[in-house]
Design a protein around this ligand. Structure first.
Ligand SMILES: NC(=O)c1ccc[n+]([C@@H]2O[C@H](COP(=O)([O-])OP(=O)(O)OC[C@H]3O[C@@H](n4cnc5c(N)ncnc54)[C@H](O)[C@@H]3O)[C@@H](O)[C@H]2O)c1
Length: 389
């Protein structure tokens, strides 16, 4: 029989309200016993809304509770290390928000704490768990196994294929509205800006998609706390370009991904629609929203746009409106929780472990260095595969 896991939420801010608290209370194998926040009001509000029996402002109350199997951390970034070290020493499993750490040194200590104590860590780099990204990867892998092209594809016959032809490239376009960013995400002590706070998602996604290839080189430009670009090269020839603008608008979807390989294009539009081009099996797939207040308005990108407008029209605060009647695309948060619960129950690997958490932090830090030095930087093999126990 499957064990019901007792859990505790540490950090009951905006993200916890949008994902952790609803997802954990709805999970059939999770009993959410504690709500913890240094701000007592936040913990009490969460406990009341989600019927959580115990409230505290001190996470050590949770660490000292022998019934707790795992903790979920959604505090500001700088609080992760002491909480993880205490939880691991008490043999509790840990589900931690991204970024796992703000610096490599901190990440090394986290790796050591979880490995020495034999507990599982899952970092919520959730894009890798979204249904749309899994569908895109499947379609791409099928094409790679047997590349088929349309009869009208033009192929130059005078020359041989070049060695750097037909390598996979992932193009990521992010547009976001920086007026909404809280000071805690930009403060160098608690947040560190958008590369360490947000771009870890897409650095992780590229590493996950192109595994077992490892990154070898990084070039970044722009501002480490707001708009920036990153080019990441892998040892088997794959590459990723991220173009992140903070000067955009919530009125258009934030994330678009285009993977090109073997004369084909695999596109994911904001986790609601994928389109495939360049092969006989081209076409589109749409994906259900995580929370949909207007299912009658259709699916895919067009449906999402109609739903967004229906949701915000008449409102004076797009962000607040999203909180009242959330229009949530499925970026993989629930799948990450499901897979982590199964990993604890069955003793299987974490869906996004401490090494993935370290890698995204290390790559983000290298990107920041690249901006400061205005240089392309190597990613040494011994740095990206640290030997720690
Ligand atoms: N995976 C994603 O897609 C995603 C999206 C948004 C935010 N996040 C992450 O969620 C985390 C929280 O972001 P947020 O927007 O909710 O911030 P927030 O400021 O709204 O919430 C953080 C909460 O943690 C509490 N807190 C801080 N230190 C604490 C400690 N030592 N013990 C207990 N509580 C403590 C604060 O009082 C606050 O209530 C960040 O790490 C952020 O990167 C992840």
């Amino acid at each position: 029989m499957k064990k019901i896991l007792t859990a505790a939420q540490i950090g009951c801010g905006k993200f916890a309200w949008g994902q952790d608290l609803p997802n954990m209370t709805a999970h059939p194998d999770v009993h959410l016993k504690w709500a913890c926040d240094v701000n007592r009001q936040n913990a009490e509000k969460a406990a009341e809304q989600f019927h959580i029996p115990h409230v505290t402002t001190d996470y050590m109350d949770i660490i000292n509770d022998p019934e707790v199997d795992f903790i979920k951390i959604a505090t500001s970034h700088e609080a992760h290390l002491p909480i993880i070290e205490a939880a691991a020493a008490a043999k509790k499993h840990i589900f931690c928000e991204k970024p796992m750490a703000m610096e490599a040194e901190e990440a090394y200590k986290i790796i050591r704490a979880v490995r020495r104590n034999g507990v599982k860590l899952c970092v919520d780099l959730n894009r890798r768990m979204s249904p749309a990204m899994h569908a895109l990867r499947k379609k791409w892998q099928e094409h790679c196994a047997d590349p088929q092209h349309n009869p009208w594809q033009y192929v130059e016959t005078v020359r041989e294929p070049l060695p750097e032809e037909n390598l996979p490239h992932l193009n990521i376009r992010i547009q976001d509205e920086s007026s909404s960013y809280g000071v805690q995400h930009l403060d160098p002590l608690t947040g560190g800006g958008e590369i360490i706070g947000e771009s870890v998602h897409w650095l992780d996604l590229a590493c996950w998609l192109f595994a077992p290839q490892l990154p070898t080189e990084i070039t970044a430009w722009g501002s480490s706390r707001l708009s920036h670009g990153i080019y990441l090269k892998f040892d088997g020839g794959a590459s990723m370009t991220l173009d992140f603008s903070c000067s955009g608008t919530f009125d258009y979807p934030k994330e678009q991904f285009e993977l090109t390989h073997h004369a084909a294009l695999f596109r994911c539009q904001h986790f609601v629609e994928n389109n495939y081009y360049g092969m006989p099996s081209s076409g589109s797939e749409t994906f259900a929203l995580q929370h949909d207040p207007h299912p009658e308005l259709g699916d895919g990108l067009d449906g999402f746009m109609k739903k967004y407008m229906a949701n915000v029209s008449g409102s004076s605060n797009a962000k607040e409106q999203e909180n009242t009647t959330p229009l949530l695309v499925d970026k993989g948060h629930r799948n990450m929780l499901d897979q982590f619960v199964l990993a604890i129950q069955n003793g299987t690997p974490s869906p996004c472990d401490e090494l993935a958490g370290f890698r995204s932090t290390y790559l983000a830090q290298r990107a920041i260095e690249s901006i400061e030095l205005k240089q392309t930087l190597p990613i040494p093999l011994e740095k990206i595969t640290p030997c720690i126990y």
